[in-house]
Every structure is written in C-alpha cells, then in structure tokens.
Design a protein around this ligand. Structure first.
Ligand SMILES: NC(=O)c1ccc[n+]([C@@H]2O[C@H](COP(=O)([O-])OP(=O)(O)OC[C@H]3O[C@@H](n4cnc5c(N)ncnc54)[C@H](OP(=O)(O)O)[C@@H]3O)[C@@H](O)[C@H]2O)c1
Length: 393
C-alpha cells in the first residue's frame, strides 16, 4: 500500500488506478459494506471479489469492437433500493450496436455501460431492497449495463424467476416486443395473414408463435434451410428462404390479395416490399431496420415519396413500435409469456453459439463474437452469452 501511495504522490498513477491496484491486491471480501453485512454475503457463502470485468462503450460507433472495451473495475456496491446481481446469462440484441453508436439516447456520452438484459443471482442488496428480495434469489432484468460480471440494478426492475435459465432471457426484450407490439398495434384477427421478417431470430420466433396463437396464417422470412425447418416446428405456415426464393415474386404469386399484418425488422428494400405487399386495411409494424444499423446513418434508403399514396389506396397504416414506450404493458406481458412457457406452449429457442466456428459464447470476451454472429445472420433464435466464470467465484 505504501508503495502505491508513493507512486500516486509521484504522479506515476492516477487516483483511480491506485485505487484499483489496491483493490486487486486486497484479500477477497465476503462483505462489501459492513452496514449491510447480512445482505452482502454471497449466497453460497463464497466471497465476492473486489474487482470484476465489464464492457464499456468508450467511444460512439456502430462498430461494436471499436466502440466497446473490456475493463477491470471494482465490483459496484448496491444502494439502498438496489440489488447486486451476479450475471449468469446475458442477452444479445440487434440494438446493442445502436446503443454503442449513441443512437438510443443522445444525451448519454462515453464512457457508458452496455448490454440490455441479464439473468443471475442476487449476491448483495440494500436495506430497502431486502423487503422484497434476499441473497440467493434468482432474477431477470432489462436494464443497461448487463455486459458485466456483476451489475447493480434497482430492485424495481428485478423480475423474480425460479432459476437462471437462458430461455427466460429470450422473453425480456425479444418476447416482450413481439407480444406487446402484436397485441397493441397488430389488431390481429383470426384467419388474417401475418408476414414476419427475420422470423427465426430472437423476436421473430415469438411473433410467429403469437400470430399463430391468434389464429392467423403466418409467413416467415429467413436466410437458410435450417431456419426454414425451425420455423416449421413453430407452426409457421409458409417459410421463405429468401436466398433460395425470390421474396417479392413468391408473395405476389402466393398472396395476391396481400398480407394483413407485417412484423418488419429489416428495413430498406424489405420495408418497401412490405408496403407493397399490404392488403386493404393492412398494418405494417415497424419493429426495426437492421439492414441499416451497421452503416454510419443507421438507415437504408426507402421509397418514401410513394408511401402516402400507397397507404391511402389501401386504407393501410404503418405503425412504429419501440418497447420502451410500452413499459406499462411490460409486467402483464411477461407474466402471460411465463405462463405459456411453464405450460409448454411457448418455444424459447436460444442460440449459445454451438454452431459458431469459435464455439459456445462463454465469458464477456465472447460478447463481441456473439454480436458479429447475429449480424452475419447465423443465429437461430435468441443469442445468449453465458458468463460461466461467475459460477467459480
Ligand atoms: N422496436 C423494439 O422495441 C425492438 C425490440 C427488440 C428488437 N427489435 C428489432 O427487431 C429486429 C431483430 O432483432 P433481434 O435482436 O431479435 O435480432 P435477431 O432477429 O435475433 O437477429 C437478426 C436477424 O436479422 C436478419 N437479417 C436480415 N438482414 C440482415 C442484415 N442486413 N444484417 C443483419 N441481420 C439481418 C438475420 O436473419 P435472416 O438471416 O434469417 O434474415 C438475423 O439473424 C431488429 O431490427 C431489432 O432492432 C426492436
């Protein structure tokens, strides 16, 4: 410690560097804050380390590797209403690169924490939070900063779950988006035709299933035969591998009346095609536009000038959906989906990278690879990363 102090005084280290080095050299703690000693003991009675790793956006860029770096920092201490979560699984979302590019909230400037969702165990908590939670509880959450070995979240954002299963992660953002968007904006009626783009992906798999549950005929687009087979298992009535079949020609030929609802995630030319494919009184739900996210603007051009005429001619509508604007529906939606999952009526397909050349996504370093895997269109279902090392701590 005294050597550290000398280096600090000599200006060889900044205060935070000295602090971090001291934390690393200190023996492992069982208790972070003595005032909360009963709550800050790991539930297996193993110690919580002093330092941890997390991903931090240090500059704004849609290139995730460029924007985000892996850092070693002190394990955060929960405040009065907070939980300290040891993350077991974290979820990858297409918008992880929108977030690192600063497109979500222009007021957020680097450095900032990344990752939208996690599942893990409560290993510490504040006094107020202890009225609802205890050490050892398993919770899921949707809150920024999930790409970390430990994350502090407000107890208000914690969803108690029976165990830390990766399937639960698929529901938090991806499932909830499909569930709420189709309910609130889809106005699905039995017998209608619903087109789902990126149908075999994280949110698409749920859109297919919820549209089927509503009694609709579902058409799903995807990029491989393996995905076509997966979509069949979900009950998708017509799966179109757009690499093998011409999507526009297939829709024109097989659905000449048009489709009633589109759950659209791709943008650019696929969005244009979706507008053209709407039936009279059709509803196009804009869920995303992933084809543009890797570009500087985040957008692919669309044929905007013709849209008013096309909508008017069909009394059709285009409806934007952003999950954060529907949080009042969130808890009910999650409850419904958990019931369906427990009853065995909902498939939550998870992709842990088994088919990736680099192998399963394990540890924070593999978040980069998992993002790239999704952007290469290789994923079947929800991409998840296991933070395996945590279990050993
Ligand atoms: N509005 C909201 O609140 C909200 C919430 C969650 C997600 N989303 C949106 O939902 C969409 C899907 O997100 P997700 O996280 O669930 O991802 P995902 O569907 O699991 O993965 C992305 C999939 O998009 C397809 N894709 C087609 N063209 C692509 C391209 N040019 N680049 C990359 N992928 C392409 C790929 O499937 P194929 O190769 O099979 O086509 C890929 O597997 C995104 O647009 C996302 O922004 C919106």
């Amino acid at each position: 410690m005294s050597r550290l102090l000398l280096r600090l005084l000599a200006g060889q280290l900044t205060r935070s560097e000295a602090q971090l080095q001291w934390l690393r050299s200190a023996p492992r703690r069982s208790i972070i804050d003595l005032s909360y000693s009963a709550h800050l003991m790991d539930f297996q009675r193993s110690s919580i380390p002093s330092s941890m790793r997390k991903l931090v956006a240090t500059k704004l860029s849609q290139n995730f590797r460029e924007a985000v770096s892996l850092q070693t920092v002190p394990v955060p201490t929960p405040g009065d209403g907070d939980l300290l979560i040891r993350n077991r699984y974290v979820g990858i979302n297409a918008s992880d690169i929108n977030y690192s590019a600063g497109r979500y909230d222009r007021s957020v400037t680097p450095p900032f924490d990344v990752g939208f969702e996690g599942v893990g165990e409560v290993v510490g908590l504040g006094l107020s939070a202890s009225s609802r939670f205890t050490v050892g509880d398993t919770v899921a959450y949707m809150s920024p900063g999930a790409f970390a070995e430990y994350t502090v979240i407000s107890a208000k954002n914690a969803i108690p779950v029976p165990s830390a299963r990766p399937e639960l992660l698929a529901l938090l953002v991806s499932g909830a988006t499909a569930h709420i968007a189709l309910r609130q904006l889809g106005e699905l009626k039995r017998g209608e035709t619903v087109l789902v783009t990126a149908a075999a992906g994280g949110t698409g798999q749920f859109a297919v299933q919820f549209a089927k549950m509503a009694g609709c005929h579902v058409v799903g687009t995807c990029s491989s035969q393996e995905k076509v087979e997966f979509l069949k298992t979900l009950g998708c009535d017509r799966s179109i591998n757009y690499k093998m079949e011409d999507l526009a020609a297939t829709l024109r030929r097989e659905y000449p009346r048009g489709v009633d609802v589109v759950y659209e995630s791709i943008g650019g030319s696929v969005f244009d095609l979706a507008v053209n494919s709407l039936a009279t009184r059709g509803r196009l739900l804009v869920i995303g536009f992933i084809s543009g996210y890797q570009s500087a603007s985040g957008l692919q051009p669309v044929r905007g000038s013709t849209i008013p005429a096309k909508l008017l001619q069909k009394s059709a509508s285009i409806r934007g959906f952003f999950l954060n604007h529907f949080l009042s529906d969130y808890n009910n939606s999650l409850r419904s989906m958990l019931e369906l999952l427990t009853a065995g009526w909902l498939v939550c397909k998870v992709d842990s990278g088994e088919r990736d050349v680099g192998g399963c996504f394990m540890g924070l370093d593999s978040v980069y690879r998992a993002v790239e895997y999704m952007y290469a269109g290789h994923n079947l279902g929800k991409v998840v990363v296991e933070l395996q090392n945590n279990r050993k701590l």
